[in-house]
Design a protein. Structure first.
Length: 303
């Protein structure tokens, strides 16, 4: 079984999507949630648990989560008081503008979240009422479709991202070195295993039996618990993590593909090619060329 991925139209002239004030139900939640776009989740009410990358977080009213692309995550709504939230999805290209001599980036918050592995904002970048107004205005523009609505949505998104960037700059760097509070969910070995997996993705010998032995539990219990808490079985989780690492190496380094394969835990180059094309939809070489040559995001003309 292949991991279910949330897909967006990468060729869209306006790579943006919004799921507005949605009340999550466990049976309606994707078993796993993986995509290339940045995601911003704001919680209005309810309770739940959010698994993001290696960590579990409590979800409650007023929480804001920043989830970079290529980050495995899954929400677990409370059965009696499910979370109501708005999720904003956008391609990084939509807000990537460079001015000579200006290092500013609208993606600073997401970059910091990935670097620190801290995906829950310690404090809101705007007052709750102001933040909710921005989200309401984005939804209004999507629904009404007035002339210039794409420009309006982009301006609103940039306003929110700017507030997040400024909030990041105001935060105490020392505080980011402190462990972020996580929900104590699942057995004690789960967190150690998740960290271990990230640190040893190049180890092609990693597998269910090896990991179960490290956790001192039976393979059946390990598999059942891992699937319940992450939404993925061990093989699916490892494969997706390795694909994410491969994408990063393809785009951020000049390493040969033959060297990238073992760095991502693949002993065989043909196997790496097959798995990459099966999951990503194109070969590693084509992926590197097409994304390196990508320019802009197309026409933003509104309706």
């Amino acid at each position: 079984m292949n991991p279910v991925q949330k897909t967006f139209d990468a060729s869209s002239s306006f790579p943006f999507a919004c799921v507005y004030r949605d009340t999550k139900q466990q049976q309606a939640e994707l078993p796993d949630h993986i995509h290339d776009w940045c995601e911003l989740v704001y919680v209005y009410s309810g309770k739940g648990t959010f698994f993001i990358d290696q960590s579990f977080y409590e979800m409650s009213a007023g929480d804001l989560f920043l989830i970079p692309g290529h980050t495995i995550h899954r929400a677990f709504p409370d059965q009696d008081d499910p979370v109501t939230s708005t999720a904003i999805f956008f391609s990084p290209q939509l807000v990537t503008h460079h001015f000579p001599g200006n290092p500013f980036s609208y993606l600073t918050g997401f970059e910091q979240a990935r670097k620190d592995r801290r995906y829950k904002c310690e404090q809101l970048p705007l007052a709750p009422a102001a933040l909710e107004t921005v989200l309401d205005d984005i939804q209004d523009e999507l629904v009404t479709g007035e002339y210039g609505n794409r420009q309006a949505i982009l301006l609103l998104l940039q306003r929110l991202l700017l507030a997040i960037v400024r909030s990041c700059r105001k935060s105490d760097p020392a505080s980011r070195r402190l462990p972020q509070q996580e929900t104590l969910i699942g057995p004690s070995w789960m967190k150690e295993i998740l960290h271990d997996l990230d640190a040893k993705l190049s180890d092609s010998k990693l597998g269910l039996s090896v990991l179960a032995d490290r956790a001192s539990v039976s393979p059946a219990h390990f598999c059942r618990t891992f699937k319940q808490l992450t939404g993925l079985n061990v093989t699916e989780y490892l494969t997706m993590k390795r694909m994410f690492r491969a994408k990063e190496l393809l785009l951020q380094t000049d390493a040969n593909i033959s060297d990238i394969a073992p760095m991502c835990g693949f002993d065989s180059l043909p196997h790496f090619h097959r798995m990459f094309k099966k999951i990503v939809g194109e070969t590693p070489a084509v992926y590197r060329r097409s994304h390196a040559a990508a320019q802009g995001v197309g026409d933003l003309t509104g309706k």
